[in-house]
Design a binder for this molecule. Structure first.
Ligand code: GRF
Length: 201
């Protein structure tokens, strides 16, 4: 399937880079969108010759207007799959509905533990011994949709939020491209809350 991917990112874009560097996924990345003009992700896209768009929340009044512009862009670029990679905006129900089962997110914890924007810090504060990485399908609730893949990451006594997040990201960079490959290969089937991946066990 010659699917076209969009990656949405607000930050440095190391997960975007992992997707770009994957021999199967990379050539399918057709568009990178960021809500931040200074996002490293936009530079990484440009360096790879991928269309990079800063979609500025300041020129849109409210989420619906922003999501509408985003959906128009995704439609114009004939995007099949949307990969969130550190995108700090919540997608509203309209765009989630339009791309039902076709939006993936990578989150730095073993969901449903530690949802939200500070997962590594929250895992440390809780005193957890293990956290991890979750790749999931996006639904209307934040960090909530059906889980495609998870991998644990140990927490060390001397970790701080930065060292832990760095260790988690190394795992993200390995597993996010794998999950996206599964989707591209048509092996992902969503049944309610369960995601079945053909041939993965
Ligand atoms: C990652 O840890 C991801 O799980 C979270 O945001 C971070 C993005 O990092 N959603 P980067 O911009 O890909 O380096």
């Amino acid at each position: 399937m010659n699917a076209r991917l969009a990656v949405l990112a607000s930050g440095s874009g190391t997960n975007l880079q992992a997707l770009l560097d994957d021999p199967v996924v990379g050539p399918r990345v057709a568009l990178v969108v960021s809500d931040r003009r200074d996002a490293g992700a936009l530079d990484r896209a440009a360096a790879s010759g991928v269309k990079a768009v800063h979609l500025d929340p300041a020129v849109h009044e409210g989420r619906e207007s922003y999501d509408g512009a985003l959906e128009d862009l995704l439609t114009a670029e004939v995007i099949d799959l949307v990969c969130l990679a550190g995108f700090l905006r919540i997608l509203g129900p309209a765009i989630v509905g339009s791309f039902r089962g076709r939006i993936l997110n990578v989150h730095p914890s073993l969901l449903p533990a530690f949802p939200g924007a500070h997962a590594p810090r929250d895992a440390l504060a809780w005193g957890a011994k293990v956290t991890g990485v979750t790749v999931h399908v996006v639904d209307e609730e934040v960090d909530h949709g059906p889980i495609v893949l998870q991998e644990p990451v140990p927490i060390r006594d001397d970790d701080d939020a930065d060292s832990l997040h760095a260790r988690i990201k190394r795992v993200e960079h390995r597993v996010y491209p794998r999950a996206v490959r599964w989707w591209l290969e048509g092996r992902v089937r969503i049944e309610g809350r369960r995601v079945l991946v053909e041939g993965s066990g």
